[in-house]
Design a protein around this ligand. Structure first.
Ligand SMILES: *[C@@H]1O[C@H](CO)[C@@H](O)[C@H](O)[C@H]1NC(C)=O
Ligand SMILES: *[C@@H]1O[C@H](CO)[C@@H](O)[C@H](O)[C@H]1NC(C)=O
Ligand SMILES: *[C@@H]1O[C@H](CO)[C@@H](O)[C@H](O)[C@H]1NC(C)=O
Ligand SMILES: *[C@@H]1O[C@H](CO)[C@@H](O)[C@H](O)[C@H]1NC(C)=O
Ligand SMILES: *[C@@H]1O[C@H](CO)[C@@H](O)[C@H](O)[C@H]1NC(C)=O
Ligand SMILES: *[C@@H]1O[C@H](CO)[C@@H](O)[C@H](O)[C@H]1NC(C)=O
Ligand SMILES: *[C@@H]1O[C@H](CO)[C@@H](O)[C@H](O)[C@H]1NC(C)=O
Ligand SMILES: *[C@@H]1O[C@H](CO)[C@@H](O)[C@H](O)[C@H]1NC(C)=O
Length: 399
């Protein structure tokens, strides 16, 4: 009788231990398991498995959570007030990959997350924010925010709209050090986008289909803390002289610029850029940058000898490819010389056409005379002979 009791007690203790070890790492008050969610220390992680699982209701999210990950759901319309409520301790919020299309105006304002430092809305389809005005905009009150990840967060329609500009013009940049906008179809960057962002250290704009960088967008004055500017994998072809001057303002010991994967052109407009590139350490992996225009395709930019460029002095954006590489020029000159010679020959022939005609007539007359003196009277054989001669005569006459 004694032994089984001990046994029961032992099993009970074991179960107790197991349960406590499973819960031991979760420090959230009142956390109860919700389907799809796990808890570790003060972090709550919920996976929706592509919308298979239900979102955890607000009441199931402990108020003292510091790291909250809600990913893989179908949210469509994001309204954090009703979804999460106020989370005073929240430091890191990850809402990536939730098929979010609309963000309501009070989602990240209204002081629901006073300590939020890191926010991710990566991989969503945001095409609308409600009621964005000067006073209400989606990121207004995230005054502690240090890192904002918006990689592939927006649709093309949205990134090209006025609303998108407003979002950034009004974003509270006081502490923002890292902004990830990679993978959004932006194309043309608003010059003023970073003008209130003087704490930014890292800007990621990789794969944004950017076609140009305006002057005064990236300068030491507007971005004094900048350490990394990622402009890789865009459609940037040239950097105008004033943009090169902007780049020159940065200290290359502090700042790095990544220009990998752009269809850079080695044309007159790029001359200042190429000169600068050879002599700067601001651009990382610059020795791998190659030319993408027809004349220098595949050549390394830092190896291009800009003194070989023959550009017009009125150096403008329109003067594409005014210069030729020297070997090319030789062929062109040879071609022109032959062309001129051919033309001269034709002109001489034309001017002497009367002499030539006269000469032909003389030849024809001479042939006829010789024929006539040989055959004094026409016979059938004579006619046959004449017929044989005629084509030659005609040929000579027509020359
Ligand atoms: C959980 O908290 C403990 C003690 O606070 C810490 O040692 C551990 O690294 C934390 N675990 C994780 C995954 O953060
Ligand atoms: C955003 O997308 C949804 C679904 O595709 C569509 O119904 C809505 O009209 C779109 N909004 C805007 C502003 O384009
Ligand atoms: C973009 O917006 C236009 C007009 O607002 C709409 O007709 C079109 O369907 C939108 N495209 C997408 C992919 O939502
Ligand atoms: C870029 O600069 C040009 C002229 O300097 C200006 O017309 C254009 O609006 C600017 N683009 C942006 C997006 O600020
Ligand atoms: C930027 O470029 C525009 C036109 O290209 C020019 O008018 C303006 O002065 C430039 N700004 C600076 C600061 O160089
Ligand atoms: C950058 O660093 C090098 C060596 O570390 C130093 O010689 C140079 O003066 C620095 N340049 C600037 C602008 O601080
Ligand atoms: C520059 O960008 C390319 C493409 O995005 C990336 O593969 C590479 O690692 C970057 N270089 C550095 C030094 O970060
Ligand atoms: C390269 O840069 C150094 C200082 O940064 C400067 O003294 C030198 O003149 C530059 N060389 C050329 C060819 O621009």
């Amino acid at each position: 009788m004694m032994i089984p009791t001990h046994c029961h007690l032992f099993v009970f203790l074991c179960i107790c231990l197991l349960v406590t070890t499973a819960d031991e790492d979760c420090t959230l008050t009142g956390y109860s398991i919700f389907d799809g969610c796990t808890c570790l220390n003060s972090s709550l992680t919920c996976f929706g498995e592509g919308g298979v699982k239900n979102l955890p209701p607000q009441s199931k999210i402990p108020r003292d959570v510091t790291v909250l990950t809600i990913t893989g759901y179908v949210i469509t319309r994001l309204d954090t007030s009703s979804m999460l409520g106020t989370l005073d301790e929240l430091v890191n919020l990850d809402l990536s990959n939730n098929k979010i299309e609309i963000i309501t105006e009070d989602s990240f304002s209204g002081k629901n997350f006073p300590k939020l430092k890191i926010l991710s809305l990566e991989e969503n389809n945001v095409n609308e924010t409600t009621y964005v005005t000067d006073d209400t905009h989606i990121f207004k009150d995230l005054s502690s925010l240090q890192e904002l990840n918006l990689r592939k967060a927006f649709t093309s329609n949205f990134t090209r709209s006025e609303t998108f500009k407003d979002v950034f013009n009004s974003l509270d940049y006081r502490h923002l050090t890292k902004l990830i906008l990679s993978g959004n179809d932006i194309e043309i960057l608003n010059t003023e986008i970073f003008h209130h962002a003087n704490k930014l250290e890292e800007i990621y704009l990789s794969g944004c289909n950017l076609i140009m960088v305006n002057n005064s967008t990236f300068t030491m004055t507007t971005l004094p803390q900048l350490k990394l500017l990622d402009l890789s994998n865009n459609n940037l072809m040239v950097f105008r002289d004033d943009v090169v001057e902007d780049f020159k303002t940065f200290d290359s010991n502090q700042t790095e610029v990544n220009l990998t994967g752009n269809p850079l052109e080695c044309i007159c407009t790029s001359m200042e850029f190429i000169k600068w590139l050879k002599n700067t350490s601001l651009v990382i992996e610059k020795e791998f940058l190659t030319c993408h225009d027809s004349d220098f395709t595949g050549r390394h930019m830092v190896d291009i000898d800009v003194s070989k460029f023959t550009c017009d002095d009125d150096d403008d954006a329109d003067d594409k490819n005014v210069f030729e590489p020297t070997f090319h020029a030789q062929y062109v000159i040879l071609f022109i010389i032959f062309g001129i010679l051919g033309l001269l020959a034709l002109i001489i022939l034309f001017m002497r056409r009367n002499d030539i005609l006269q000469f032909c007539m003389q030849v024809r007359q001479a042939t006829k005379d010789a024929f006539d003196s040989h055959q004094t009277h026409y016979t059938y054989s004579g006619i046959q002979n004449a017929k044989r001669v005629t084509p030659e005569e005609a040929g000579v006459a027509s020359v």
